[in-house]
Design a protein around this ligand. Structure first.
Ligand SMILES: [Zn+2]
Length: 267
């Protein structure tokens, strides 16, 4: 998605019509995107002196719409395609309206840690493997760091390998954004705490990929920012705040990135 945007910006700044035409052709054939976007990219890249004349001619031939309106479509398409958090972009529901627990933003900033505030109130995303709860395996309950509402049971937790705490299902305290099925499948739907409206992460329909986990039967993967959670162990031991960093461990390179192993004999 981001690549498409950067490509379009690149071509907008390009000064040759030739390259834009090539892009126009490849873009249409490979991406199957509507003609308005690719046509507009064509216009935007043409920086000849008689640009406006050319544009008018092309515009009248290709479309009844004016250049300005086409450009606005292109820019909005680019924004939609490149949005870093698409589920939020599509969701107009406020994080405060209609929720039982209400605080002003200033109060939230006081109640929550910086990480918690960024996730819960600003809809941010923590870096993968940055929460101690990703590796938590004890029995217990995962609660909202904003309002203490129970959100996930440890029995539904599984290791997805994504670096974020993952659950097969949520408890009743979890609210799932209502998005169209295509978006839900491709990009996921936002999940929030139903009590305080705090952003928790996203839910994806790819649970079936995780064989031998509870997600395989639910078909869902609730991908949660650990910082939004507090883990309450059922043995009564101390609560674990998800915005705590995991204990430092030796960084190991994945096999596919590691250099080939060379034995002394091979030299
Ligand atoms: Zn909450």
């Amino acid at each position: 998605m981001v690549n498409i945007k950067s490509l379009s910006l690149l071509f907008i700044s390009s000064s040759t019509l030739h390259s834009s035409l090539a892009f126009h052709a490849s873009f249409q054939s490979s991406q199957q995107v509507g003609t308005s976007l690719s046509t507009t990219l064509l216009y935007a890249t043409n920086s000849d002196k008689d640009q406006s004349k050319n544009n008018d001619r092309l515009a009248s031939r290709k479309s009844k719409m004016g250049r300005r309106s086409i450009l606005s479509i292109a820019s909005s398409s680019a924004i939609t395609l490149s949005s870093p958090n698409p589920s939020l972009a599509m969701n107009n529901k406020s994080r405060t309206e209609g929720y039982a627990v209400q605080h002003t933003e200033r109060e939230w900033a006081y109640i929550l840690s910086g990480k918690q505030y960024n996730i819960l109130r600003e809809g941010g995303t923590e870096r993968p493997n940055s929460s101690i709860l990703e590796s938590e395996e004890r029995d217990g309950e995962y609660r909202c760091a904003g309002c203490n509402t129970p959100l996930f049971a440890s029995s539904q937790k599984f290791h997805s390998g994504t670096g974020w705490p993952s659950f097969a299902t949520g408890l009743a305290g979890v609210e799932v954004e209502n998005v169209n099925p295509v978006q839900a499948n491709l990009l996921g739907a936002e999940i929030r705490c139903a009590t305080c409206g705090g952003h928790l992460g996203d839910v994806f329909n790819d649970g079936y990929l995780f064989v031998n986990t509870p997600a395989f039967s639910s078909g869902k993967r609730f991908c949660v920012d650990g910082s939004a959670l507090i883990f309450k162990p059922s043995d009564g031991s101390e609560e674990v705040f998800g915005d705590t960093a995991p204990p430092a461990k030796k960084q190991e390179m994945p096999d596919f990135l590691a250099p080939p192993k060379i034995n002394a004999r091979d030299r």
